[in-house]
Write a protein that binds this ligand. Structure first.
Ligand code: GLU
Length: 467
């Protein structure tokens, strides 16, 4: 079978990480089996759909490398087709006009709830003669769903699930204004796009049973379903704003790498042994739905940080430099010239060692581009006592005399100096770090000195001693 999957977000908000994971699973499943992964923007609700949300979703997917393989389908363009299908169903007796007023529907709901019934609509207009129809009410079109029997699906994630048809409402296909409902358009479009596998959040599991009724009424082939558990926050409740950033664009701004985010989202609810770092290439070899767990997974920012840090360190250094420079360009009071850029290039190996995000990498890189005198943070300022200033002033002499400037010769010069002054290395290194970086943490001090070069080191030491 040629596999076709789709990701079908509604553009009523940003692309959240749960949606991104659904897109990723659809993408991987299709690609793994040499199928097609499509994208459909479900924008038939013209009031709630916005251009900004559509753009945020498309940009977010592009950033994650999860754009559809064919032109994006905008659902609202298919409305005429949805209406035509509703008409076919009316014509063949599988659907009917319903003229219930909002008040009548409300009453039905009360009654159903009181009687503990799940189907809220009582089928009033199902078999009524069209001659009864009131002339002042525009009707909706409802599907005649099966009243008895059961509907079963073999969900690739949830396993076999069966419901009694009696709990399925005669749901609405077209509203009174002729606009299609989600339940209707999703089936028509999935059929027209020849979707073979519907992979989506398990909040849609109940909808599958309704949608199957529509497939059956049209005599269309029913796709395979896979309903994946939602992502929860650390506290086990459904992920929401109060758990922090949930939009993909926030992760982009915070300095996460798209491949790292995808790796983390993949591992959230899917496993391949104990592997934590799974490249896209490997995922494309290994991914299948049978290893997707049935329970909700918890989003853990620390784990994401950890994965992101690993991806940063594995990234090609030249590319990493372009990313960090882009981030540094947003910051004020930095000097951008060939010398300072070169410092970042040479220093990148040391800088990237402990960071978790690109933003953090930029934070710790600023001292290489900063103007002298530096702004010292409180702790660094405290390190620079009179004694400490004397010590770092003195280290200039051996540094100045280095013939072949390199990290190794710098290290030797500083160590020899400390020995000669009978000082522990820290007594030299700590204030030197404070003077050169404005902070008390940085990459190795020998590396920092060597990357900055003699002139800048001298300037920065002088500037703190002058104060
Ligand atoms: N548009 C729906 C949503 O964003 C998804 C529908 C589906 O995947 O069937 O929740």
């Amino acid at each position: 079978m040629d596999i076709t999957t789709r990701f079908a977000p509604s553009p009523t908000g940003f692309l959240h990480i749960g949606g991104a994971r659904t897109a990723l699973f659809n993408f991987l499943f299709a690609q793994r089996f040499a199928g097609k992964y499509l994208l459909r923007i479900e924008d038939t609700d013209r009031e709630r759909s916005t251009k900004a949300a559509t753009e945020a979703i498309l940009n977010g997917l592009e950033w994650l490398g999860l754009s559809g393989q064919e032109e994006t389908v905008f659902q609202h363009k298919n409305i005429k087709r949805h209406q035509d299908i509703a008409q076919i169903l009316l014509d063949n007796g599988s659907a009917y006009h319903c003229y219930c007023t909002p008040e009548e529907l409300q009453q039905m709901r009360y009654k159903a709830l009181k009687e503990g019934r799940k189907n809220l609509y009582d089928g009033s207009w199902r078999d009524r003669s069209p001659s009864d129809s009131p002339s002042d009410i525009s009707p909706v079109i409802r599907l005649k769903t099966e009243l008895t029997g059961k509907t079963s699906i073999h969900d690739l994630v949830q396993g076999p699930v069966t419901v009694d048809n009696e709990i399925i409402d005669d749901f609405i296909l077209l509203r009174a204004d002729g606009s299609p409902t989600y339940m209707h358009s999703v089936v028509v479009d999935d059929h027209d796009m020849q979707v073979t596998h519907v992979i989506r959040g398990d909040d849609h599991l109940n909808n599958a049973f309704r949608q199957i009724q529509l497939y059956k009424a049209m005599g269309w082939e029913i796709p395979v379903f896979a309903h994946i558990p939602l992502i929860h926050g650390q506290d086990g409740t459904k992920l929401s704003k109060r758990h922090g950033a949930i939009g993909v664009e926030s992760y982009r701004e915070l300095g996460y790498l798209p491949d790292a985010l995808c790796n983390y989202l993949l591992r959230l609810g899917w496993s391949h042994g104990d592997d934590e770092i799974i490249t896209r290439e490997d995922a494309l070899k290994w991914f299948d739905l049978d290893k997707v767990g049935q329970s909700a997974s918890r989003f853990d920012i620390n784990k994401l940080d950890n994965v992101n840090g690993i991806y940063i360190r594995n990234l090609d250094d030249d590319y990493l430099v372009t990313l960090v420079l882009k981030e540094l360009e947003k910051r004020p009071n930095l000097i951008f010239n060939s010398k300072t850029v070169e410092r970042i290039r040479t220093g990148i190996k040391g800088l990237k060692q402990r960071v978790k995000t690109i933003t953090e990498l930029a934070d710790i890189s600023t001292f290489y581009m900063a103007k002298t005198p530096l702004q010292l943070d409180q702790k660094a300022g405290d390190t620079l006592t009179d004694d400490a200033l004397k010590i770092i002033s003195g280290v200039r002499e051996p540094l100045k005399n280095i013939e072949h400037w390199s990290e190794v010769t710098v290290e030797t010069a500083i160590k020899v100096y400390a020995e000669q002054c009978n000082l522990k290395l820290g007594k030299v290194a700590l204030p030197l770090r404070a003077a050169l970086t404005g902070k008390t943490t940085s990459p190795s001090i020998f590396e920092v000195v060597s990357v900055l070069g003699w002139d800048e080191v001298n300037l920065r030491i002088e500037s703190v001693c002058r104060k």
